[in-house]
Ligand binder design. Structure first.
Ligand SMILES: *Cc1c(COP(=O)(O)O)cnc(C)c1O
Length: 412
């Protein structure tokens, strides 16, 4: 199905646009955007992520109006990311997953240019130690770089078999000459474990990579994992930050960020002409200039970097309370119109408030969810594998016009 989206036709030519390319969606009256849905499920990539934060679209258009040296632009973005996270350095990435790929590549190759060229193969440490309970579908990114995941600990709480999850001594026991890094998935349930895991890893000179893709809000998390000692931390740009869906932040140690950058930048240049700012990439550390690296296919364009930086600026200019109040207002409008709806996280400004609809059982929730997704304008609600009788309405991706459609669908 397709739905008319009149607003997609700009009435004015876009800044930086050109007659050469014509109107972005064609000249006919009424352009449709295939796949249009109402997203009340949150910032899911498969539902196209979050709306742009204010200023993002303009920043991307402004970036289109000029050409830039990508190394210089990346260095500037990296400094902004470092300032926002308290890390030594930073790198704009093509998403948190790309950030994790580059983080793994940096820990595998470090300063070794020959190893950069050889990844995902070559000689040298290949193991990345990870708690079984931290494994998830996104850790494939580390394997793409050439890492082998070594699992430790038992997720007894998830299996409902006991109370103990991974313990720092289990991580320590798995470290050895073949270890390139420890991989840590940050969730509210794991935050408190990070400092102890960092301690055992650093005791053996092993860096810690943190997947914090979806850990905003609270804004304090931009700094938290770096301050806890993590060596590289990956965030998504396309979730609550409101940047382009294909962007992310990688923050961390200067040498590892430089290695990550070298492995994703386009390096088709005479080696003598490659002169990045030393604070971003210190070429004195390397035997030479590598070829295009394992991260070259996770390339980021200037438009995405500009959009990401605008989103980061906007995020930093507001408080968690500002964002929470805006989302809560949407939740209240929706909850008021729906019988039996409740609002979760209505008070805790560290979290996203959501409207919850509780059904008699999982089967009826599932059936309702399927009906809503089968409408001419499909409506996607949030679902939770641990609470299958609950459907939720997450306000983050709801545009003003979506709220009417959502309420109409839910009252059908
Ligand atoms: C969303 C997510 C990712 C991937 O982030 P992208 O920016 O889409 O690449 C990785 N890890 C976790 C835990 C996530 O929630």
């Amino acid at each position: 199905m397709a739905v008319r989206v009149a607003s997609l036709r700009p009435s004015q030519p876009r800044p930086g646009g050109s007659a050469l390319h014509g109107a972005p969606f064609g000249e006919d009256d009424g352009m449709t955007l295939p796949g249009h849905i109402i997203n009340a499920a949150g910032t899911l990539t498969r539902l196209s992520g979050a709306p742009f934060a204010p200023g993002v679209a303009d920043a991307m258009a402004a970036a289109d109006a000029v050409s830039v040296d990508m190394v210089a632009f990346h260095a500037y973005a990296g400094a902004k990311i470092a300032a926002a996270t308290g890390a030594e350095s930073g790198l704009a990435t093509a998403g948190a997953s790309a950030g994790l790929l580059l983080a793994a590549a940096a820990c595998l190759a470090r300063d070794d240019v020959a190893r950069m060229n050889a990844l995902p193969g070559g000689r040298g440490p290949t193991e990345i130690v990870v708690a079984r309970s931290h494994r998830n579908s996104y850790d494939h990114a580390a394997r793409v770089a050439g890492a082998t995941l070594v699992e430790v600990g038992l997720p007894d709480p998830t299996a409902e078999a006991g109370r103990r999850d991974v313990e720092p001594w289990e991580v320590a026991a798995a470290l050895g000459p073949e270890t390139a890094a420890v991989y840590f998935t940050a969730t509210r349930a794991t935050y408190d474990l990070l400092p102890a895991v960092v301690d055992v890893a650093h005791a053996q000179g092993v860096p810690v990579i943190v997947d914090a893709a979806a850990e905003l809000p609270p804004a304090a998390n931009l700094r938290r994992f770096i301050s806890d000692g993590a060596d590289l931390v990956a965030f998504s740009g396309g979730k609550v930050l409101g940047g382009p869906a294909g962007t992310g932040l990688l923050a961390g140690r200067r040498d590892l960020i430089a290695s990550a950058a070298l492995q994703c930048l386009d390096l088709d240049v005479h080696p003598a002409d490659f002169a990045p700012p030393a604070g971003f990439i210190d070429m004195a550390r390397y035997a030479g200039l590598p070829r295009h690296g394992v991260g070259r296919s996770a390339k980021l364009g200037k438009h995405e970097i500009a959009g990401l930086l605008a989103a980061l600026d906007c995020f930093l200019s507001k408080t968690d309370a500002d964002r929470h109040a805006r989302w809560l207002a949407v939740c209240e409008r929706v909850a008021e119109a729906l019988e039996g709806a409740t609002i979760a996280h209505a008070v805790d400004t560290d979290r996203i408030p959501v409207v919850e609809l509780t059904f008699p059982d999982a089967a009826s929730a599932r059936a309702r969810d399927a009906d809503l997704r089968a409408r001419p304008l499909p409506v996607h609600l949030g679902t939770d594998p641990f609470r299958p009788a609950v459907l939720s309405i997450n306000p983050v991706c709801l545009r003003e016009a979506d709220i009417e459609s959502l309420l109409a669908a839910l009252s059908d």
